[in-house]
Design a protein around this ligand. Structure first.
Ligand code: PLP
Length: 353
C-alpha cells in the first residue's frame, strides 16, 4: 500500500493518527464554503444531511471533536445536578477531562463494564434513582460502541435495543458515543441504523478510522439538534468556513467505511502473530474490531513503558495503557508488512530480555 523506507514509522498508537487520504486533500482544496454559524456553508450542510440519513435521524451537527459531541449531548439531555449512567470504563468518564461535571454540573453514576463492553441491564436498572427529594435525578444512559477500553469491542443491535427499551420505560434519554460506530457496523455486517435506532442521540467520529483530519457529527431529532447548535456555540465550537474540513468528512463517509473491515482483519493478524509466545498475552476478543491489547506476564521483567521505548527505537509506535499492558490500533495507514514487522519486533524484544 505504501513505501517501506528505513524512516517509515509504523504508528499503532491510535486510529486518530490517520492523515487525510489524497481524495480528501483534493476535496478539501476545492470545497465550496460559507459561514456555518449562519448555516451558510453548503459543504457542512451536505455532510450533516448525509450523516443524519446514514444514522436514520432527523438532523445532524458537525462539531470539532468527539469529546465536544458527547458533552453537547449531555448538556442538551441533562440539567445541572442530574445524573448520567455510563460504564466505569467509558471514554466520557475516563478521558474527557470531566467535562460533563466541570462544565455541565452533572453527576456521573458508573456501572461495571463487562468484558464484552456491555453493562448488565440489571446493573443499569439498579443505578436508576428512585423519585426521592434527597437523591439526584437520573436523566440519561450513555453507551459506547465500539467500546475503546474494553478492547475496541462492538455492542450488538439486540443489546442496544434492550438498553433503549429500558431507558424508555424509565423516561430516560439514551445517548450513544459511537466514535467508532462504523467499525461496529462493519464488523457485524449490519446497517449502522440498527445500532442506533432506539437512541435519542448518537455521535460518530470522522477523524479516527475514517481518516478525516478533524471532526465528529452529532445526530438526533430536529429539536435536539437545534438545542445542540446553541450548546456548540456556548462552548465556542461554532466554526465559520468549516466546509474545508467537512469536505474530507464527506469523502470519509462515502469511501472509507467499508474498508474498515481490512483494519479488523489486520488486527486479527497482529493478535494471531503474537499468540505464539506464552510470556505475552494478545487479547482480541470475539467482538473486537481494530484494537489489540497486549499484556506481558507478571513474572517477566519488562514493563509496558520499556516495551513502548524499545519498539520506538525500531520506528514502531504503540501506547502503554497499564503497567504491563499496551494497546495497538490498526487503521488505513497500516498494511500487512507493518503488521508482520511489528509482530517480529515484539518477539525479538521479548526474546532478548
Ligand atoms: C470512544 C471514544 N469516544 C470519544 C472520543 C473522543 O474523541 P475526540 O478525540 O475527537 O475528542 C474518543 C477518542 O479517542 C473515543 O475513543
Amino acid at each position: 500500500m505504501h513505501e517501506h523506507d528505513p524512516n517509515h514509522i509504523i504508528d499503532l498508537r491510535s486510529d486518530t493518527v490517520t492523515k487525510p487520504t489524497p481524495a480528501m486533500v483534493k476535496a478539501m482544496s476545492s470545497a465550496v464554503v460559507g459561514d456555518d454559524v449562519y448555516g451558510e456553508d453548503p459543504t457542512v450542510n451536505r455532510l450533516e444531511e448525509i450523516s443524519a440519513a446514514k444514522m436514520g435521524k432527523e438532523a445532524a451537527l458537525f462539531v470539532p471533536s468527539g469529546t465536544m459531541a458527547n458533552l453537547i449531548a449531555c448538556l442538551v439531555h441533562c440539567n445541572r445536578g442530574e445524573e448520567i449512567i455510563m460504564g466505569e470504563a467509558a471514554h466520557t468518564f475516563l478521558f474527557e477531562a470531566g467535562g460533563v461535571s466541570a462544565l455541565g454540573g452533572m453527576m456521573v453514576h458508573t456501572v461495571k463494564n463487562q468484558e464484552d463492553g456491555s453493562m448488565r441491564l440489571a446493573d443499569i436498572r439498579s443505578a436508576i434513582r428512585p423519585d426521592d427529594d434527597h437523591q439526584p435525578r437520573t436523566r440519561l444512559i450513555l453507551l459506547e460502541n465500539t467500546h475503546n477500553r474494553c478492547g475496541g469491542v462492538y455492542l450488538t443491535p439486540g443489546y442496544t435495543d434492550q438498553v433503549g427499551a429500558l431507558a424508555k420505560t424509565h423516561g430516560l434519554a439514551f445517548h450513544i458515543d459511537g466514535a467508532r460506530i462504523f467499525n461496529a457496523a462493519v464488523a457485524q455486517g449490519v446497517d449502522v441504523r440498527h445500532l442506533v435506532d432506539r437512541s435519542d442521540s448518537v455521535t460518530f467520529c470522522l477523524s479516527k478510522g475514517l481518516c478525516a483530519p478533524v471532526g465528529s457529527v452529532l445526530c438526533g431529532s430536529r429539536s435536539f439538534i437545534a438545542e445542540a447548535r446553541r450548546a456548540r456555540k456556548q462552548l465556542g465550537g461554532g466554526m465559520r468556513q468549516a466546509g474545508v474540513i467537512a469536505a474530507a468528512g464527506i469523502v470519509a463517509l462515502q469511501e472509507m467505511v467499508d474498508r474498515l473491515a481490512d483494519d479488523h482483519i489486520r488486527a486479527q493478524r497482529l493478535a494471531a502473530g503474537l499468540q505464539t509466545d506464552k510470556r505475552i498475552f494478545a487479547s482480541y476478543k470475539p467482538n473486537a474490531t481494530n484494537m489489540v491489547f497486549l499484556s506481558i506476564s507478571d513474572d517477566y521483567p519488562i514493563t509496558a513503558v520499556e516495551l513502548v521505548a524499545r519498539l520506538k527505537e525500531r520506528n514502531i509506535l504503540v501506547g502503554d495503557v497499564a503497567e504491563k499492558s499496551i494497546r495497538m490500533v490498526t487503521h488505513y495507514w497500516i498494511d500487512d508488512m507493518d503488521i508482520d514487522q511489528t509482530v517480529q519486533a515484539i518477539h525479538e524484544i521479548i526474546a532478548a530480555c
